[in-house]
Design a protein around this ligand. Structure first.
Ligand SMILES: Nc1ncnc2c1ncn2[C@@H]1O[C@H](COP(=O)(O)OP(=O)(O)OP(=O)(O)O)[C@@H](O)[C@H]1O
Ligand SMILES: [Mg+2]
Length: 408
């Protein structure tokens, strides 16, 4: 069989490790996910069953599932696999081995998912900093028992915060001046964009010219991060499934994606009396066509008004033309800080499924001056859903301003 595979050389020694925990962490665009998907496909062809997961099932399709499918095509192996798109099950036609996908929020599925043939042998946890430690422990239980192949869990992530359980559990012997660690049970590889020979110039430029110290440290250098001046601490994550049908004070917002930035759509319910914002639905996807955006907007918002980033009037017009009630945000001077102050006056409750919003809010921080003091300016990154939330609530922020002006 002719396999067409270009693996970044840093990763080649990691094709055949046997430790029960294998960690690939570091900066963004360093080729971690790409390599692991290549390995999964190669393994499957050689008779190994894999399960790929992320914290929330909803985030699987546009990330790791699509990436594995793309890898199969890029390797020229599509004739050897049956790809069941609706169930997200990939079966190797040569040996019956499978690549399965699930979200860890689907607890029953995690417990029961089994390949058609043989046993589950390897698990990939994409963006592993999203998951809780007990979820990891549950996964280790799935790999008990004997099999012909080594069983292990592979995790990939950016090292967002040193206070994370992953750091405490696995990085006790890690030395910051080294790029790898290995013992009998654990191997760790740290990579950055410099390890990715296939990097685009755009990604390289973005990472080398990062101005925010936190993002530079974590996403360009791949070091464990420490956040100083976090903007929002007034939030928590809860399962809102049972409350959602009763939500009746709904606001919607949208931030448009440019180049590799995602389109970010958000839907919230506001309880004014209790001063609570319930973030209960999100969409977060890069590279969408206008028609896909229309479809998703209609599905998510129906006839509700959705306040959009006014920087892209063309897309707003396109949405409006296709019966999405899209309106431009007013923005104006100081609108970011006004929005932040207003949101800080509420308690923000995030539905467990809104993983991308949670990822953004936990890292959203003030820029720092050269002495490390917070400036009155939010770092302008990783804030797509947060911007969408500011647009969604803009009318309410303005009401407060008008009321205050009337009182004067
Ligand atoms: N072996 C490869 N062949 C071709 N392209 C590759 C390869 N490895 C990486 N790339 C390119 O580099 C990009 C970044 O790689 P990848 O998504 O794997 O990075 P990552 O380390 O997982 O980043 P993040 O931390 O942001 O998730 C890919 O989208 C792909 O375009
Ligand atoms: Mg990745």
């Amino acid at each position: 069989m002719n396999i067409n595979v270009a693996i970044n050389k840093t990763y080649i020694p990691y094709l055949n490790k046997s430790q029960q925990t294998q960690i690939f962490f570091g900066g963004s665009a360093s080729g971690k996910s790409f390599f692991i998907c290549q390995k999964i496909v190669l393994d499957c062809i050689q008779g190994v069953n894999w399960m790929c997961c992320r914290n929330v099932a909803k985030t699987m399709r546009n990330s790791v599932y699509n990436q594995v499918v793309k890898t199969i095509y890029e390797m020229g192996l599509n004739n050897y696999f049956k790809i069941n798109k609706s169930d997200m099950v990939i079966t190797c036609l040569l040996n019956g081995c499978q690549i399965l996908f699930t979200g860890l929020d689907d607890v029953e599925k995690v417990k029961s998912i089994t390949p058609a043939k043989g046993v589950l042998e390897r698990i990939f946890v994409e963006e592993a900093t999203e998951i809780k430690e007990d979820a990891y422990m549950q996964l280790t239980k799935r790999l008990r028992g004997i099999s012909a192949n080594n069983k292990y869990i592979v995790m990939a992530f950016n090292p967002i915060l040193k206070s994370h359980w992953i750091y405490k559990r696995f990085f006790g012997k890690w030395e910051d001046n080294k790029d790898s660690y290995e013992d009998r049970d654990l191997c760790i590889l740290k990579t950055t964009y410099k390890d990715n020979d296939m990097l685009t110039d755009e990604d390289k430029y973005r990472l080398e010219n990062e101005t925010d110290p936190y993002y530079y440290n974590v996403y360009s250098l791949g070091n464990w991060g420490a956040l100083g001046h976090i903007i929002f601490k007034n939030w928590k994550v809860e399962n809102l499934s049972e409350m959602i049908p009763s939500f009746d004070n709904i606001y919607c917002g949208m931030d448009f994606g440019y180049s590799s930035d995602p389109n970010a759509l958000i839907k919230i319910h506001i309880d004014k009396k209790q001063k609570r914002i319930y973030v209960f639905d999100e969409w977060y996807q890069a590279g969408m066509t206008d028609d896909e955006l229309v479809r998703v907007s209609k599905e998510m918002f129906g006839q509700s008004y959705v306040t959009c980033d006014s920087a892209d009037p063309k897309t707003i017009d396109y949405l409006a033309l296709h019966n999405v009630n899209a309106i431009p945000a007013v923005k104006g001077a100081d609108s970011i800080n006004r929005g932040i102050r207003w949101l800080q006056g509420y308690e923000i409750i995030i539905h467990t499924e809104c993983q991308n919003f949670k990822n953004e809010i936990e890292q959203y921080h003030w820029q720092e001056d050269k002495y490390g003091n917070a400036m009155a300016k939010a770092a302008d990154e990783n804030n797509h859903l947060i911007d969408a939330l500011r647009y969604a609530t803009e009318q309410l922020q303005m009401e407060v301003k008008i009321m205050a002006a009337k009182r004067l």
